[in-house]
Design a protein around this ligand. Structure first.
Ligand code: NAD
Length: 313
């Protein structure tokens, strides 16, 4: 029997690729409901879907930021039956906090955090009743580790990680699976859109040094990191398909092995200093391999030899 998979944010990037990969499954195991805010942006998906469009892939409009839109969309699904919900829709936000308005910050939380919560709230009760289902959430390595000048985006991903960590316990009781996918950098429009925003930004309220660190230090090193470590949206789609098809899916799924040491640093040094200083060195002493090597050695030493907690006295 075909599984019904509903995916948010399918007009581009990772969402589009997951939709196409699942719709093209050789055994036709999935009926994909690919959703997007604005159906006028469907062309790229329809083209990539080829002859699966209208067969194993259908389109519906859905804005994760609207109660009405989410309700209408889910109500239009036969028996409201969704086997797999893939929360992919998300937006980025880069720049010095001083120059970002509170409204812009709230928009990021509205999409990345409340958008995902809204979807889960709408779909989860039916899954609980059926004692079956799988919820996938597109988080990020930035859901586990803060990254300079991505302060608010990172916070929105941390928020959804905390939400899911809490939900997972309850859902286990109802046999509903919950999995986080945590990609590192991925070459999608996400990157292009952010770079366009950055070029347009005037940074009101930020001092000259901060603007310089952002534009002349962070941005070039971020581009280097994307080039060196970036994965394709297809890579992430394949990882997601594996998670869906696993008989015992993991809760956390990093997709890029080059990022595991970065995540491990946080747990290797309880004081938090190791992460902060490593990132400081990566940013301000980029190219100084010695610094990076030293940080990684320190990281190993910390985890093997020193396990400290804060003493109350
Ligand atoms: P993308 O910009 O190509 O895709 C995001 C999609 O979400 C777009 O199609 C956009 O239209 C849609 N969207 C935005 N607001 C929406 C709303 N209110 N309702 C419905 N759809 C909405 O970028 P992407 O890289 O494919 O991003 C997909 C997910 O992957 C995001 O959650 C992002 O945070 C996450 N992610 C991306 C990267 C990366 O480097 N690109 C890394 C880690 C995680």
């Amino acid at each position: 029997e075909q599984k019904v998979v509903l995916i948010t944010g399918c007009s581009s990037g990772i969402g589009l690729r997951i939709a196409v990969l699942l719709a093209r499954d050789e055994l036709k195991r999935y009926h994909v409901i690919a959703t997007m805010r604005d159906l006028r942006k469907k062309d790229r998906l329809v083209e990539a879907a080829g002859d699966t469009y209208g067969q194993t892939l259908t389109l519906l409009s859905l804005d994760v930021c609207s109660d009405d839109s989410v309700r209408k969309c889910i109500d239009s699904v036969k028996d409201r039956h969704i086997d797999i919900l893939i929360n992919n829709a998300g937006v980025g936000l880069l720049g010095p906090v001083e120059s970002i308005s509170m409204d812009e910050m709230k928009k990021v939380f509205e999409t990345n955090f409340f958008g995902t919560v809204r979807m889960i709230k709408e779909v989860m009760p039916d899954m609980k009743k059926r004692r079956a289902g799988h919820i996938i959430v597109m988080s990020s390595v930035m859901g586990l580790q803060g990254v300079v000048f991505n302060d608010v985006y990172t916070a929105s991903k941390f928020a959804i990680e905390g939400f899911c960590e809490s939900m997972a316990v309850q859902l286990l009781k109802f046999n509903v699976k919950l999995s986080l996918i945590e990609p590192g950098p991925v070459h999608t429009e996400f990157e292009t859109k952010m770079m366009e925003e950055v070029a347009k930004m005037e940074y009101p309220g930020a001092d000259a040094d901060t603007v310089r660190y952002f534009k002349d230090v962070y941005i070039p090193s971020s581009i280097d990191i994307f080039e060196a470590l970036g994965q394709t949206p297809e890579d992430i789609a394949k990882c997601t398909k594996k998670v869906i098809e696993s008989s015992r899916p993991r809760f956390r799924n990093l997709t890029n092995s080059l990022y595991t040491p970065i995540v491990a640093m946080k747990y290797a040094d309880e004081s938090g200093g190791l992460s902060v200083h490593t990132f400081y060195n990566l940013l301000f002493n980029f190219g100084s391999l010695m610094h990076i090597t030293m940080s990684i050695l320190k990281c190993l030493t910390c985890s093997c030899l020193r396990r400290r907690t804060i003493s109350p006295d």
